[in-house]
Ligand binder design. Structure first.
Ligand code: NAD
Ligand code: DAU
Length: 352
């Protein structure tokens, strides 16, 4: 079996769906259930003997060591993090606590467990750390895309905390021999995305008749990847990745923020036309820029393609169409997230 941390969040929950839809190997999901952790993302697996949610913090070494010793997983995949750049600007403390200190404690718990394994089991074990392209900083319009050899030049508190966690993971391999793998992925989008991030925020604001806020001039570029393609890439790296290596994962789908928002409006104009016949584009509003806003991210994913044969299955067009449709088809999920109902559920089930 495997342990996934942060599996109640956006990417982790999509990963668990992808995993359990294709195999029977059980998953323990260790999640602190912060504002971003929503157990409802995995409600379809309630009562399924292959899935178990454990409420807890990656920094809780007694809990994590206990889980490792009890379940004896063959791998741990670390998705747990504070993930939103804007929140890291307003309050970086949680990012240092979870992304840096939490990763340190997690590495130590895993190292303690791994040290007790037989040499065969040590060789088979994997610690896969899920990271971001933001560690590489920002690109000028004509710069080549980020490759695995780019220097780390993080610009936001979020990016700096993820960069620090990547360095810890690297050092635990180099110094202690822990069998680690690291992935650095571009912007994900898809179902179950918490509506503080650009794409779900714009879909839901559009439907609610609210402004669609575009930071600065809207010409910042992101390289968008459908979340299930990210999940499939992580599975390939887990299966056949070279120990100690890092793998960049990206969709090769560079878009400006303005064009992303306009495309969402076009989908909604077709699928849910406004009664007054106006386009949703009329709700686009330019607002103050994000401080230190990175101008462009782009991933060179040739290494994972050549070494592991991974390529995205979705284009931005096909993935975005599915995503918009998913939000239209799941008003209950949206309502629970918007009303805070899932937070109440968490408090009832797990206390504060
Ligand atoms: P998310 O914010 O949606 O989910 C994070 C999850 O981690 C939540 O379920 C939360 O409850 C949990 N968590 C937070 N602190 C924890 C702790 N101390 N202990 C245990 N669980 C904790 O994030 P996401 O978008 O799903 O991102 C997952 C990972 O992928 C993160 O490491 C992020 O840096 C990385 N990443 C994200 C993207 C993206 O576009 N969203 C792209 C590349 C990499
Ligand atoms: O590149 C990978 C990263 O992508 C991940 O590591 C992060 O966890 C993830 O949150 C994401 O970071 P971004 O800052 O790129 O994503 P976000 O959705 O917050 O913003 C995407 C772009 O849209 C960015 O240039 C800021 C802009 N934006 C965002 C919001 C929320 C707006 O213009 N308006 C908005 O309201």
């Amino acid at each position: 079996m495997i342990i996934v941390t942060g599996g109640a969040g956006f990417i982790g929950s999509n990963f668990i769906h992808e995993w359990l839809e294709h195999q029977d190997e059980p998953v323990i999901n260790l999640d602190k259930l912060t504002y971003a952790g929503n157990p409802e993302n995995l409600s379809v697996f309630q009562g399924d003997s292959r899935y178990k949610l454990v409420h807890g913090d990656i920094a809780d070494t007694a809990l994590v060591s206990g889980l490792l010793n009890e379940y004896r997983p063959r791998a741990l995949i670390n998705f747990a993090a504070e993930s939103h750049v804007d929140r890291s600007i307003h309050g970086p403390g949680d990012f240092i606590t979870t992304n840096i200190v939490g990763t340190f404690h997690l590495l130590e718990s895993v190292r303690g467990f791994w040290d007790t394994l037989s040499s065969d089991n040590q060789a088979a074990f994997r610690f896969l750390h899920v990271s971001t392209d933001e560690v590489y900083g920002t690109l000028a319009p004509n710069d080549p895309a980020f490759s695995e050899t780019n220097p780390y030049l993080p610009n936001s508190p979020y990016a700096a905390s993820k960069a620090a966690s990547d360095h810890l993971v690297r050092a635990w391999h180099h110094t202690y021999g822990l069998p680690v793998l690291t992935t650095n992925c571009s912007n994900n989008y898809g179902p179950l995305h918490f509506p503080e991030k650009l794409i779900p925020l714009v879909i839901l604001n559009a439907l609610a008749g609210k402004p669609l806020p575009i930071y600065g001039d809207g010409q910042q570029v992101r390289d968008w990847l459908f979340v299930r393609d990210h999940a499939r890439a992580i599975m390939r790296v887990l299966q056949d990745g070279q120990l100690g290596e890092t793998y960049n994962i990206g969709g090769n789908q560079e878009k400006t923020n303005l064009s992303v928002v306009q495309t969402i409006c076009d989908h909604l104009d077709r699928l849910r036309p406004k009664p007054n016949g106006e386009s949703y584009r009329t709700q686009i509003t330019f607002v103050k820029d994000r401080p230190g806003h990175d101008r462009r991210y782009a991933i060179d994913a040739s290494k994972i393609k050549q070494a592991l044969g991974w390529e995205p299955q979705e284009t931005f067009e096909s993935g975005l169409a599915q995503t918009v449709q998913w939000y239209l088809d799941n008003p209950q999920w949206v309502e629970h997230v918007a009303s805070g109902d899932y937070r109440r559920w968490v408090e009832e089930h797990y206390g504060q």
